[in-house]
Design a protein around this ligand. Structure first.
Ligand code: SF4
Ligand code: SF4
Length: 355
């Protein structure tokens, strides 16, 4: 049986929850290389809830320091092509300061490894991830247009530097295949501990939605499938319907059945929690909906012209060049778009929505 801790917390009073996580899921970190990986989707302010909050990272760093000595690295790979935006993203979010001098741009040194020949035979992974004795993953409690939730398993997508993410999005080609591939990336280096920032989460059109939600908890577990099952349940989404959880269970990585998960704390569904458009999880599993979605007219990103500044960041991020500028606004070519929603993730104005 797997265990998931649900502990009340605020950003001002975060230490009891973090300490309890390390007490329940102890790690021997003495003289080990420890990589702490927050979710740093992109340059944003901490209050936007797009990234793991700096208070969570700071508390985790302090806890690891106190249980060391350890060789600590704090790192992530923001964005899809963003090799150069790594420092900027950490500074803007406050995560650089929270990293207490342990920050490293893990996107500058990568190692090619064998991957899934069905998608890409070889993929490059940040060497700091492969070298670490212990990986601590700090996901953010958020929705995601493509995978419905972005939690413990999806946070590992950030072990891929910059353009590797875009290559895999392109190689996957469809949302269903992307669900499978996310698990293949996760399996490259399964983290040893997951501490989820659900103090303030995100609902609606995530992972960069303007709709944030006070939740007031920290989740922790040493198993990603159990963690994501709890996140999905809190969001009002049946974990059994999520393609990436089905794949992870089939591969023996854990179980999403709540009967197999010991909950330390109170598991409650968040009232009226907004899932991504089109009912979220139903998109992934329902063959009829999938067949409709595979047609080029369904569920595409569209820029809100009242908000869009025409900065072109979305065009630069698109892995298949499906976006172009027309009358100063990005327009999508539905024949080319693979519905990866990277353009939505990266838009600094939150002008891209799925329609
Ligand atoms: S990134 Fe956002 S603001 Fe910039 S062009 Fe695209 S939709 Fe407009
Ligand atoms: S237009 Fe947006 S959703 Fe479509 S392929 Fe490009 S980045 Fe992905």
């Amino acid at each position: 049986m797997r265990t998931v801790l649900i502990h009340p917390a605020t950003y001002e009073n975060i230490f009891p929850a973090i300490r309890r996580a390390f007490d329940i899921f102890p790690l021997n970190m003495k003289n080990k290389k420890v990589l702490i990986k927050p979710n740093v989707l992109r340059k944003s302010e901490a209050k936007e809830a797009i990234v793991t909050h700096p208070a969570v990272l700071a508390a985790v760093v302090k806890e690891v320091e106190s249980r060391g000595p350890a060789s600590i690295i704090v790192g992530d790979n923001p964005g899809v092509f963003s090799y150069g935006a790594n420092e900027d993203s950490f500074i803007a979010t406050g995560l650089m300061e929270a990293a207490s001098g342990y920050y490293r741009n893990i996107g500058t040194d990568a190692q090619p490894i064998d991957f899934n020949p069905e998608y890409l035979p070889v993929v490059s992974v940040s060497r700091a991830v492969l070298d670490a004795d212990i990986v601590i993953s700090l996901p953010k409690f958020k929705t995601h247009g493509l995978t419905v939730i972005t939690g413990a398993i999806k946070n590992s997508y950030g072990i891929l530097p910059g353009a590797q993410k875009a290559r895999l999005h392109k190689a996957a080609g469809t949302p269903a295949r992307f669900h499978d591939m996310v698990v293949d990336v996760f399996r490259i280096r399964i983290p040893d501990l997951f501490i989820v920032d659900a103090v303030v989460g995100m609902e609606g059109n995530g992972p960069a939605s303007p709709e944030i939600r006070d939740i007031g908890i920290i989740l922790a577990s040493d198993n990603a499938v159990a963690t994501d099952a709890v996140i999905a349940t809190m969001m009002g989404c049946d974990p059994a319907k999520l393609g990436f959880l089905q794949k992870a269970r089939a591969m023996g990585l854990g179980d999403f059945d709540l009967k197999t998960i010991e909950i330390l704390g109170e598991l409650k569904r968040i009232p009226d929690f907004k899932l991504p458009p089109l009912g979220g999880e139903a998109n992934i599993n329902n063959p009829a909906i999938q067949s409709v979605l595979s047609k080029p007219t369904m569920l595409r990103p569209q820029a809100n012209r009242d908000i869009c500044t025409g900065c072109g960041a979305c065009i630069a991020q698109c892995p298949v060049s499906a976006l172009s500028l027309s009358e100063q606004f990005p327009v999508v070519d539905p024949e080319i778009c693979i519905r990866c929603f990277c353009c939505q993730e990266i838009c600094p104005e939150k002008a891209m929505s799925l329609v």
